[in-house]
Design a protein around this ligand. Structure first.
Ligand code: NDP
Ligand code: GDR
Length: 386
């Protein structure tokens, strides 16, 4: 029998990778997308199947985690074997500006799906995956963090996700639903949202080197994260639902880097050596050296040929601190211990930190070159600081 999966948040980074993964496993994949005034399906364009095709295996529905009746109707119609709840207002900083909305989607949204499973008598049929997060650990009490580390959320986002975590555990214990929390540490990719720090860095540096942008403004350079690749992580979501017993798992690489290191390594791939001057909010990143040969070699490898007349990069300040990006309460350091997932799920991340940065820099360089070509052939691309 073909399995049917329902993914909320299918238009996001993880939703796109998971949909691809499940389709390759032979699943019929249904996804919930929000109605937006512009297309929001860029990341899943390659999976699109004509709605007129009676044999299509990839089906999108309009929906929203704030709309119970919509969720109940969809789940009743789809009768999924597995639901992956990835939808969320997932930006930590934005959650300080929109705390009530974040709670509605991230906390109550999870409850709405669990209730739908119960109301529709799908308790024995439908397995449930909740996208929990390392942000639950927040103000870290123990290093590294595992499934037994106490939680101390530090943002409205994390507090909302704390509710979602416990309501998932509660519905598992109270009603016997096969429900799991994947406590995933940060995971990135070339399709990561542009306002998360990793993608913001790779996008900005590739644009700066081509002269499309002057400066990259960042917040806390010393924040440390355990960064993995999203492609590796979605497989673990699926594996959590294929076990005999539902349990919660930490997924992490066990390796930690600072935002500052992420900048340095990304810059280095583009031939830029960064020198930091000043302290705190006055920290500035200057280009100490620009290795043009290295940069042209990278362009060559990628088959890119932008006609750049001059580079004016050495000794230039390209990174500054903007205190707007400081959070009212920050999560300074996160490092995961995924021993349980290693032992029970056979977890072994395949993509290293360096390979991930390389992939992100290369993909953003391709996009930046496209913009460069448009700009130099008469199109004006407006750049925007996030
Ligand atoms: P993204 O921000 O890329 O994607 C979020 C998805 O949720 C998008 O499809 C978005 O739709 C959708 N969404 C937002 N609000 C609603 C709503 N009200 N109703 C329905 N859908 C909605 O997140 P990621 O893919 O990076 O993360 C997936 C999940 O995993 C999230 O829950 C996140 O909190 C969690 N997580 C992520 C980690 C990471 O490092 N990436 C780590 C740990 C947990 P639209 O495209 O229209 O905006
Ligand atoms: P995070 O990711 O908050 O960990 O949440 P983000 O990339 O936004 O921040 C990581 C760290 O970098 C610092 N930082 C900046 N962050 C952003 N966005 N922009 C900046 O300019 C900047 N400068 C420094 C932040 O202060 C922070 O310390 C992500 C999301 O995907 C969540 O949904 C998920 O649950 C967690 O990862 C695990």
């Amino acid at each position: 029998m073909e399995k049917i999966a329902l993914i909320t948040g299918i238009t996001g980074q993880d939703g796109a990778y998971l949909a691809d993964f499940l389709l390759k496993k032979g699943y019929i994949v249904h996804g919930i997308k929000r109605r937006t005034s512009l297309f929001n399906t860029d990341r899943i364009e390659h999976l699109y199947q004509d709605p007129h095709d009676p044999n299509r295996r990839f089906i999108l529905h309009y929906g929203d985690l704030t709309d119970s009746t919509n969720l109940i109707r969809l789940i009743q119609r789809i009768q999924p074997d597995e639901i992956y709840n990835l939808a969320a207002q997932s930006h930590v900083q934005v959650s300080f500006d929109n705390p009530e909305y974040t709670a509605n989607v991230d906390a109550l949204g999870t409850l709405r799906i669990l209730e739908a499973i119960r109301i529709l008598n799908l308790v024995k049929k439908t397995k449930f995956y909740q996208a929990s997060t390392s942000e639950l650990f927040g103000k870290v009490q123990q290093i590294p963090q595992n499934e037994n580390t106490p939680f101390y959320p530090r943002s409205p986002y994390a507090v909302a996700k704390l509710y979602a975590y416990w309501i998932t555990v509660n519905y598992r214990e109270a009603y016997g639903i096969y429900a799991c929390n994947g406590i995933l540490f940060n995971h990135e990719s070339p399709i990561r949202g542009e306002t998360f720090v990793t993608r913001k860095i790779t996008r900005a540096l590739t644009r700066i080197v081509l002269g499309l942008q002057d400066r990259l403004y960042l917040g806390n350079l010393d924040a440390k994260r355990d960064w993995g690749h999203a492609k590796d992580y979605v497989k673990m979501m699926w594996l959590m639902l294929q076990q005999k017993k539902p349990e919660d798992y930490v997924i992490a690489t066990g390796e930690q880097h600072s935002v500052r290191e992420f900048v340095e390594q990304s810059a280095n791939l583009l031939g830029l050596e960064i020198e930091w001057k000043g302290k705190g909010v006055d920290t500035k990143g200057f280009v100490n050296k620009f290795n043009k040969d290295k940069f042209f070699h990278l362009l060559d490898i990628l088959g890119l040929k932008p006609k750049i007349n001059s580079f004016d990069l050495e000794e230039r300040c390209i990174i500054e601190i903007d205190p707007r990006y400081f959070r009212p309460t920050e999560v300074e350091t996160l490092l995961g211990d995924a021993t349980k997932a290693k032992e029970k799920l056979g977890w072994e991340p395949k993509i290293t930190f360096s390979d991930m940065i390389k992939e992100m820099v290369e993909q953003d360089l391709i996009l930046a070159c496209r913009d460069f070509l448009c700009e130099n052939n008469g199109f004006c691309i407006q750049t925007r600081e996030w």
